[in-house]
Design a protein around this ligand. Structure first.
Ligand code: NDP
Length: 434
């Protein structure tokens, strides 16, 4: 903490991993001797830069850009870019650290990284977003490459932003390569990439439910957020016969007791992706409840898929969820549950899938996009979706293998942390003092 002051989210993420690894490291002293833990928490490289841009009024604006190149032991750095006013070094370090384990769990050859800016795309015109993205890439381009570091999207960085970033990279470098993932289909993107994180999280939850002979059919599902991950989670839950009753954004949540069916989901996609409006407008359009400045965890549902942001379920909310009959929480977002909330879920013995396992589908399909770019081939929707399902099943299998306790209970947190650690740590051992 003295070495990394004012980075509470980074400390939180590291603490969780260290807690899981404690016993495992005692049993496997080779990792301790090689000081793998001390090395793995230290980013290989941090890049911070000024991003000046001109707004529509002709005024000069300035934001801060970041790229954390955390670990390249098993492949090029890989991880998303987040554009949100809350972005700071500690948040990106926590995300980059988690990404190392997540990418390892996918079994694809990807190291870990993360980046972004405190730029807020909300309320900005397309032209302003474009000018910002061009300025951001004008510095970032020299640090990334298809075999070095391959960024993708995250909060505030969707198809529009990736397009602007890619255009600027190509213009500066005069090359057409797979340097970013999440690209549009007409310039090297992969089918199923937009769907992958949401679908993948539902596939992971489905695997957890199977261990208790349960499915999504006729279950009530609480989802937070209303962005990329939340939208495609709703779509897949509907496919599997479940009913999603909540969605949220940073201003509040909506509760729709009849469920967010396909047509209503289409409206959400229009509202959030085209109109760029607020979730409150859903409540106005369909005449349902809207609760300002609250999160949806007081509502009743058997399954919860937090899909907005970090630390969005606290201990009290976790207790309320379980008391209301929730027995499966699968994290679409990164670190949405506080440490106290996680302890509650595990103590109560419910199914709890941590983000680094449950939401790994997004980066997994990003890895498949890189493969398709290298081969200059495009796979069909079915092919990518099948591979995604197999990857999520394999991640579930790894978590079960490393997380199964003598009682038979599967602690997916321990499973994901140990399972993700081993491959990276072994590669670091082989590569010497790097
Ligand atoms: P989007 O930008 O598409 O959507 C984010 C959603 O979360 C919006 O509804 C947003 O509301 C809400 N949100 C963001 N910040 C906050 C906040 N501080 N408090 C409350 N609500 C907030 O992002 P994604 O759907 O892509 O990402 C959601 C989560 O999933 C993040 O944790 C991300 O790291 C994680 N994730 C995403 C992956 C991907 O492939 N996209 C892959 C793996 C993980 P508002 O509109 O008000 O900002």
């Amino acid at each position: 903490k003295a070495k990394n002051p004012a980075e509470p989210e980074f400390h939180q993420a590291v603490h969780e991993v260290v807690e899981s690894l404690d016993e495992f490291l005692d049993e496997n002293p080779k990792y301790k001797h090689a000081r793998i833990l001390e090395r793995i928490v230290e980013p290989e490289r941090i890049i911070m830069f000024r991003v000046p841009w001109i707004n529509d009024k002709g005024e000069m604006c300035v934001n801060r850009g970041y790229r954390i190149e955390m670990n390249s032991a098993i492949g090029p750095y890989k991880g998303g870019l987040r554009f949100h006013p809350t972005v700071n070094l500690g948040i990106l370090k926590f995300l980059a650290f988690e990404q190392v384990f997540k990418n390892s769990l996918t079994t694809l050859p990807m190291g870990g990284g993360k980046g972004g800016s405190d730029f807020d795309p909300k309320g900005k015109s397309d032209n302003e977003v474009m000018r910002f993205c061009q300025s951001f890439m004008t510095e970032l381009y020299r640090h990334i490459g298809p075999n070095t570091d391959v960024p993708a999207g995250d909060i505030g960085v969707g198809g529009r932003e990736i397009g602007f970033l890619y255009g600027q990279f190509k213009r500066i470098k005069n090359e057409f390569t797979g340097v970013l993932t999440g690209k549009g289909l007409n310039y090297g993107g992969s089918l199923i990439r937009p769907e992958a994180t949401g679908y993948g999280n539902v596939y992971f939850a489905q695997e957890m439910l199977k261990t208790r002979n349960e499915t999504f059919k006729n279950k009530t599902v609480l989802i937070s957020g209303s962005g990329n991950v939340a939208q495609f989670s709703v779509e897949k839950v509907n496919d599997l016969g479940g009913k999603v009753v909540t969605l949220s954004d940073s201003n509040g949540y909506i509760f729709d007791p009849d469920g967010i069916d396909g047509d209503k989901l289409k409206y959400v996609m229009y509202l959030k992706n085209v109109k760029r409006g607020r979730i409150k407008e859903y409540a106005e359009k369909f005449g349902v409840k809207y609760v300002e400045n609250e999160r949806p965890w007081k509502e009743k549902g058997e399954i919860a898929l937090p899909s907005a942001t970090q630390n969005e379920i606290n201990e009290i909310e976790a207790i309320t969820l379980v008391q209301n009959g929730c027995y499966c929480v699968s994290e679409g977002a990164n670190m949405p549950s506080t440490p106290e909330a996680i302890h509650t879920f595990i103590e109560k013995g419910i199914l709890f899938g941590p983000g680094k396992a449950a939401n790994a589908g997004g980066v997994a399909v990003s890895g498949l996009e890189m493969t398709q770019n290298s081969m200059r081939l495009n796979w069909t929707r079915e092919e990518v979706d099948n591979r995604l399902q197999i990857i999520m099943q394999n991640i579930h299998h790894t978590c079960s293998e490393y997380g199964k306790k003598d009682s038979g209970f599967i602690n997916y947190v321990d499973g994901a942390n140990i399972g993700g650690f081993v491959k990276v740590a072994d590669a670091m051992l082989s590569q010497g003092a790097v």
